[in-house]
Design a protein around this ligand. Sequence first.
Ligand SMILES: NC(=O)c1ccc[n+]([C@@H]2O[C@H](COP(=O)([O-])OP(=O)(O)OC[C@H]3O[C@@H](n4cnc5c(N)ncnc54)[C@H](OP(=O)(O)O)[C@@H]3O)[C@@H](O)[C@H]2O)c1
Length: 332
Amino acid sequence: MTPATMKAAVLTGFGGPEVIQIAQRPVPVLKANQMLIQNQAASVNSGDARIRSKTVPKGYKFIMSLVFGFNRPRTEILGTVFAGKVTRVGASVTKFNPGDLVFGSTELKMATHSEFVAIGEAAAITHCPDELTPAEAASLVFGGTTALYFIEKSDLKRGERILVNAAAGSVGIAVVQIASQMGAHVTAIASSANHDFLRENGAKSCIDYTVTNMENLTDKFDVIVDCLGTIPYAKHHHLLNKQGRFALVTGTLAEGLAAPFRSVFGMHKIVSGTSFATRASLEKIVKLATSGAIKPIIDATFTLDQIKDAHARIDKCHKRGNFIVKFRPRPK
Ligand SMILES: NC(=O)c1ccc[n+]([C@@H]2O[C@H](COP(=O)([O-])OP(=O)(O)OC[C@H]3O[C@@H](n4cnc5c(N)ncnc54)[C@H](OP(=O)(O)O)[C@@H]3O)[C@@H](O)[C@H]2O)c1
């Protein structure tokens, strides 16, 4: 029997981790095309922290407020990624059944930092393969689907040289893993504490951003993926070969708006945009994970009651891979 209420991490305002409170909320009411998932694992990531704190690259704050609210959060429960068991299905659902183990992302609908999640069957959801635990599957969604989006748009090819900034984070490590499996030569930027970790995940060389001024580097790359916005194109285009591509995973609004013009009139293609997980991208992730091409990287696991600690650590910007919230099974 589905309970009437569930435990959730609720956003009481915008600000530091203290604006998150644990509270009871009604379990979502299902529409005919939706399923109810009993959550076993969710990820907490930089996207959640950005919405909570409204700390966004220059130019995006107004857009962020339009979408998520100016003074009061429009969406009370954060979180996009979930993994768990289908407990109920709506009348028109055909692809999933109660008992199926699934994972995915609610994207802008959010609300996965809660014990139950409602999601439409046409949304970004797929079956969790036997090879992955729910926590492992959840850990692959945010960074993995973003990495795929930017690698595909950058048209990375075997044998090319790729430079990845913030390579040890959720998006960066997925780029490192996927690019190296594709046969690209990966150079990873991170503090030296992460260099062994990055080499174990496929990087051929590493650069310590606390030691090397990237503006003075003379190496050349075919693709640059900037996951942090600290190596802007304007000051680092000399690092790209002719026909090089610059993936603007994080950048200012002005850089995003300039991207199509630079791509048409400049020497390099600037790849920008926002990646949204889809069923197709999740299925690609499943294939990559089950073939061993990408591995789940879980830095730390939290309970829902500890979620503020996860946010506080994300704010420090030194996480390795992914943070997971594991949900305790409810007493029968
Ligand atoms: N465009 C899109 O669709 C999209 C989608 C998802 C995410 N994003 C954006 O992508 C960015 C990265 O997200 P994420 O979840 O991967 O972040 P994350 O996991 O929080 O990344 C943290 C990493 O940043 C590294 N770092 C900190 N300072 C650095 C510096 N000065 N230079 C280089 N690396 C540094 C840290 O490595 P050390 O510990 O070694 O310092 C750490 O491993 C976020 O800004 C997010 O908003 C964009």
